[in-house]
Ligand binder design. Structure first.
Ligand code: MN
Length: 128
C-alpha cells in the first residue's frame, strides 16, 4: 500500500526531518518544500497523493497555499492535512473551516501521525 507520493510543506528543518524519517521508513516517497509558494509549485508539477501543510510559513501561509491548491482543478481533490504547532490548536476550527482534510499537531506523535496519513490516503482511494 505504501509508495504513495507525499508532499511535505514545512519551514522548520527539524520538523521536516522528523516527518521525512517517519514516512520514508514506512516506504512513502517524499517531496519537500520550505515555503507555501514552492509547495504549490511542486504539487502542480508532481500531483502528490497527499500534502502535509504547515500553517505558519514564510511568504504565503498554509491556509493561502491550501486555497491555491483547491483552486487548481487538477489538485482540487488532493487531500491536505494541516500539521501545525500545538500553540495553534485554538485555531483548529479555523483550520478545518479552511477546508483541510484533517489536522495533526506538532511536535508529531509518530503512531497517530502515521495512522492519520494512512487513513486519509485510504479514504482517498475509496473515493476514487
Ligand atoms: Mn512553520
Amino acid at each position: 500500500m505504501a509508495g504513495e507520493l507525499i508532499l511535505v510543506v514545512e519551514d522548520n528543518d527539524k520538523n521536516r526531518k522528523l516527518v521525512r524519517d517517519v514516512l520514508t521508513v514506512r516506504g512513502y516517497r517524499l517531496l519537500e518544500a520550505v515555503t507555501g509558494e514552492d509547495g504549490v509549485r511542486l504539487a502542480r508539477e508532481h500531483r502528490p497523493d497527499l500534502v502535509l501543510m504547515d500553517i505558519q510559513l514564510p511568504g504565503i501561509d498554509g491556509i493561502e497555499a491550501l486555497r491555491q491548491l483547491r483552486a487548481d482543478p487538477a489538485l482540487a481533490g488532493t487531500p491536505v492535512l494541516a500539521v501545525t504547532a500545538s500553540a495553534m490548536t485554538h485555531d483548529r476550527q479555523k483550520i478545518l473551516a479552511a477546508g483541510f482534510d484533517g489536522y495533526q499537531s506538532k511536535p508529531i506523535s509518530v503512531r497517530p501521525f502515521l495512522e492519520a496519513v494512512r487513513e486519509v490516503l485510504d479514504r482517498r482511494g475509496r473515493a476514487g
